[in-house]
Design a protein around this ligand. Structure first.
Ligand SMILES: CNc1ncnc2c1ncn2[C@@H]1O[C@H](/C=C/CNC(=O)c2cc(-c3ccc(F)cc3)cc(O)c2O)[C@@H](O)[C@H]1O
Ligand SMILES: [Mg+2]
Length: 214
């Protein structure tokens, strides 16, 4: 029976990466996507921008929307201080199962809480279920038409504090026009665009970094 692309990606990690070495997991996935099959990971070029934002923010609490196979989960978690908590939401059970194994191969399961479910259902439960007051950093990389509604939901649920950072992937390709329009014109955010390229291609894409002003 035919394997799926995420299954083939996991096999490449287990074949080429060293257990407990997050950098080797990231490298194995990037090599797989460049040499074998493209996949919608944030990738190495935008991944370096992600790394620099995570390092700068040095967050104690992180929310990732859209785990997929766990590539950006591993990049972020590998840079977190020991007491930090990364919660990542993924509603596709097949992707969640692959991501758990990728995160485990990297040895980062203690830093990551992968929640299988939809952002719209789980964002309102973050305080009661996980004891989260606010998120220091949110990485948006799920369905592009959900960035704006979920950002408004996080505001309504009081999950953002003065200084919380939102980092959004794909604001050019595939694009998130309604989110960009809102976040760049809202007096409650200060935004900055990091020009880059769509993962593993020469197509323009970029990350939008926004600070919540309270
Ligand atoms: C809506 N609430 C949700 N709650 C929990 N998980 C959710 C979710 N929405 C989506 N997801 C999950 O996030 C992931 C979805 C990501 C959507 N990403 C994209 O469509 C995407 C697409 C491209 C892309 C770019 C160019 C192109 F030609 C083809 C694709 C590049 C990217 O970097 C992308 O992130 C999946 O794992 C999905 O199951
Ligand atoms: Mg993306």
């Amino acid at each position: 029976t035919q394997t799926t692309r995420p299954q083939r990606m996991l096999a490449a990690v287990q074949k080429n990466a060293t257990r407990g070495d997050p950098r080797s997991v990231v490298k194995a996935i990037d090599q797989f996507c460049r040499q074998k099959e493209w996949a919608m990971n944030v990738g190495d070029e935008k991944g370096c921008i992600l790394d620099s934002v995570v390092t700068e923010v040095n967050p104690a609490t992180v929310l990732e929307l859209g785990t997929y196979c766990g590539y950006s989960t591993v990049r972020i978690a590998s840079l977190l201080p020991s007491n930090a908590k990364l919660i990542t939401l993924e509603f596709n059970p097949d992707y969640a199962a692959i991501a758990r194994q990728v995160i485990a191969w990297a040895g980062l399961e203690d830093k990551v809480q992968l929640v299988e479910g939809a952002s719209g259902d789980w964002i309102p439960k973050m305080k009661e279920k996980f004891g989260i007051e606010t998120f220091d950093l949110v990485f948006l990389d799920h369905w592009k038409d959900r960035y704006l509604p979920d950002t408004k939901l996080m505001e309504e649920c009081g999950l953002l504090r003065k200084g919380s950072i939102l980092l959004a992937d794909n604001v050019i390709c595939p694009g998130t026009p309604d989110y960009l329009e809102y976040i760049r014109n809202s007096p409650r955010y200060k935004s900055q665009y990091f020009k880059s390229h769509l993962e593993y291609t020469k197509v323009e894409d970029g990350l939008e970094k926004s600070v919540f002003l309270g």
